[in-house]
Write a protein that binds this ligand. Structure first.
Ligand SMILES: Cc1ncc(COP(=O)(O)O)c(C=O)c1O
Length: 470
């Protein structure tokens, strides 16, 4: 059998369409002796029976291991170069009360990007001094609450925020530690990075404007300057972009040392993960080695002490941990021409497998053309692989969950399929489009499953509609 001409060039015909490539699947995902997908010893069928589908299944031990792993790697490598590293978990990727506890128990801090994320971290009982607050347009209420509870750092994103945060801190009688977000002109995405004088985007302050704003911060008795911040993008596979951003920030960091202390340098998050079997992200241990070398090398060049570093990974901690289980509803073999428009040449079949969720539980394929992969979950099959497109149930032709992968050709209505690596920006970006209910998030560990965020009910959907109460 040969590969389907409609398959993208990177997608090879699999030798075994039931295999679970380990870089894509969570660490405790495996096939049972009977061929069923099990995560942390809990079968896909029992998860679907207990919680319905779609359901996000989080491999709890995987998240905890990754959180500990990243902290240990950065601790070790920055100790090697005579400094230290602070790891913030970027809660925007996925935050719930339990997850906030898992990551803080693993020794991480948490970066929140709104009053809502702050509320979740506080509800989890996280010590506010371990929180950082981000946002290019924080409301006065968000700033006031963050300062009032005593968050450890606020990342100032524009000049006007200096006065806003300083005023809130003065009202609360506090000295608020702040960072200044820099628009370094470096943007990295997956395998490439772009470096310009100034990136055309809404976040941060230019390198040129930064010294005067730091002086302004230092003039405020209710603020204390923690250092510069840079986040160059997401799903990054190489360290060149970070190196370039760090190089640009270093020069400024060194200059600012002339005017007072600059205790830390925050290099943001963005480490890539594997969504498909051809993705080869750097191991976190390797990222830590490279970061420490970049920072130590930059400091040596400028003759300054190696700064303490902060990082803010989200996706690389939570992303690979989660699998979304769906039930197959309808299947259509669509004959697609493989020749040029209007030609009567060759055609091939694309099997459209529609599932009971879609862009409301994972908008990334529609939003970023993100690729995912898929496997049969309730069983294995020796049927020949067929090229499939996993479609959702929304009223949009762009409602695609997996653009292309191979499934056994005997996939049928009622089968369960699993889409791995949906932990980051899946539930977090979920919506109620078409009045679909947001699915539950279920943690699995040691053969046990429990809900960590319940799924929405029809009542939830109606409860905010004022007409329902008349
Ligand atoms: C400022 C900031 N820090 C951290 C992150 C986390 O990025 P990732 O989840 O790719 O690690 C983001 C993501 O958008 C961000 O904007």
């Amino acid at each position: 059998m040969s590969s389907n001409p409609l398959a993208p060039s990177w997608l090879a015909l699999p030798g075994d369409a039931n295999a679970l490539p380990e870089q894509v699947w969570s660490r405790n995902a495996a096939r049972s002796a009977a061929g069923e997908l099990e995560i942390a010893g809990v079968s896909a069928t029992s998860l679907a029976e207990q919680f319905g589908t779609p359901v996000y299944v989080v491999d709890e031990a995987d998240v905890k291991d990754r959180a500990v792993g990243i902290r240990e790697a950065f601790d070790r490598e920055f100790a090697r170069v005579g400094s230290s590293a602070k790891v913030y978990y970027a809660g925007k990727a996925f935050l719930s009360i339990e997850v906030a506890r898992w990551v803080t128990d693993a020794g991480l801090n948490i970066d929140v990007a709104s009053g809502g994320e702050l509320a979740v971290a506080l509800a989890a009982g996280v010590d506010p001094s371990r929180l950082g607050l981000h946002g290019n347009n924080k409301s006065l209420a968000e700033i006031d609450r963050a300062v009032g509870v005593g968050v450890g750092a606020i990342v100032i994103d524009s000049e006007v925020e200096i006065g806003r945060v300083a005023a809130a801190a003065a009202r609360w009688g506090r000295v608020q530690p702040v960072r200044l977000r820099i628009n370094s002109g470096v943007h990295a995405s997956t395998h490439e990075y772009l470096a310009t004088a100034r990136e055309d985007q809404k976040f941060g302050i230019t390198l040129a404007d930064a010294p005067s704003l730091v002086a302004l911060i230092r003039d405020q008795p209710s603020l204390t300057f923690l250092g510069l911040h840079s986040h160059i993008g997401s799903q990054i596979f190489e360290s060149d972009g970070f190196a370039e951003a760090a190089r640009r920030l270093f020069a400024l960091h060194a200059e600012l040392l002339g005017g007072g202390p600059v205790p830390e340098l925050n290099l943001g998050g963005g480490f890539g993960i594997a969504y498909t079997s051809v993705d080869e992200p750097l191991a976190i241990e390797e990222i830590a080695v490279r970061f420490a070398d970049i920072v130590a090398g930059g400091a040596a060049e400028l003759g300054i002490p190696v700064p303490a570093v902060a990082i803010e990974p989200g996706r690389s901690i939570i992303g690979p941990s989660t699998t979304t289980l769906y039930t197959v509803g309808t299947i259509k073999d669509v004959l697609v021409s493989t020749g040029s428009v209007g030609s009567t040449g060759e055609s091939a079949v694309r099997k459209y497998v529609s599932v009971d969720g879609g862009m409301s539980d994972n908008v990334r394929p529609a939003l970023y053309a993100a690729d995912y992969s898929v496997r049969l979950a309730n069983r294995s099959s020796t049927a020949e692989p067929a090229l499939v497109r996993i479609a959702g149930k929304h009223c949009e032709s762009g409602d695609i969950v997996v653009k292309a992968d191979y499934l056994p050709s005997d996939v049928q209505p009622g089968d369960l399929v699993g889409v791995p690596a949906t932990g980051a920006y899946g539930w977090a970006m979920a919506s109620n489009y078409n009045y679909l209910r947001r699915p539950p998030v279920v943690a699995v560990i040691d053969g046990e499953a429990r809900v960590i965020v319940r799924g929405e009910t029809e009542e939830d959907l109606l409860s905010r509609d004022a007409g329902a109460r008349r």
